[in-house]
Design a protein around this ligand. Structure first.
Ligand SMILES: Cc1cc2nc3c(=O)[nH]c(=O)nc-3n(C[C@H](O)[C@H](O)[C@H](O)COP(=O)(O)O)c2cc1C
Length: 196
């Protein structure tokens, strides 16, 4: 057994009844089942003013950055807003750059009211690569989110997935975040010397 990974989830929706947050809780539940310590970084609980590079550590910026820096793996979720991620997510991301993401495994999830989430996941992947996060190939898009959950008093947030396959995709993200939380180079393959 290796060290216990810490998996942190961040949601780009501030909505009280957010489907993104519920889905991320399922991700964390699966990560915990796979042996991780988990934490939901709920942006509603933090004062994050619009990022201003002229001001060091605005509001709770320093605390949010510390939590992200200390994570071994991150689950990033956002609602689809105008074909991209939400302003809330972007503002969080502007606080967190190379120092927070370097050597961090990242899993992506996007929740759409309509049918299309591809561009949102692509935008997330590109910006996270830009700050040197290690983005998992597996990602989750939830379309028509309001039709994907049904009331269940025993379920997370009292919401159960209607489709078993979708729940499995969501849980797989959590499992993979736990399994791939530590990026440790271990190269044994033979390298052919470069010739000119
Ligand atoms: C400002 C805004 C823009 C949105 N743009 C899109 C969109 O481009 N495509 C889409 O499918 N849904 C769009 N939606 C719907 C949200 O993606 C949908 O309600 C989602 O489930 C919200 O996630 P949440 O439940 O986590 O808050 C938009 C909603 C808002 C408030």
């Amino acid at each position: 057994m290796g060290p216990t990974p810490t998996v942190v989830a961040v949601s780009g929706s501030l909505r009280n009844e957010s489907y993104t947050r519920t889905a991320l809780k399922y991700v964390l539940d699966a990560a915990a089942d796979a042996g991780a310590e988990t934490h939901l970084l709920d942006l509603r609980a933090y004062d994050l003013p619009l990022y201003d590079p002229d001001i060091d550590d605005q509001g709770d910026g320093a605390e949010v950055k510390r939590i992200v820096r200390d994570a071994d793996a991150l689950a990033l979720g956002t609602p689809v807003y105008h074909g991209s991620y939400s302003g809330t997510f972007k503002n969080f991301h502007d606080y967190c750059g190379w120092d927070e993401f370097e050597d961090t495994t990242v899993g992506l999830l996007a929740t759409a009211g309509g049918g299309s989430y591809g561009s949102t996941l692509d935008h997330l992947r590109i910006t996270v690569r830009g700050v040197h996060g290690w983005v998992l190939p597996h990602q989750v898009g939830i379309r028509s989110a309001s039709s994907k959950f049904e009331h269940d008093a025993d379920a997370i947030d009292e919401r159960a997935f209607v489709e078993e396959k979708l729940e499995e995709r969501v849980r797989k993200l959590g499992r993979m975040l736990s399994e791939y939380a530590f990026i440790t180079p271990d190269v044994h393959s033979h390298r052919t010397p470069a010739t000119d």
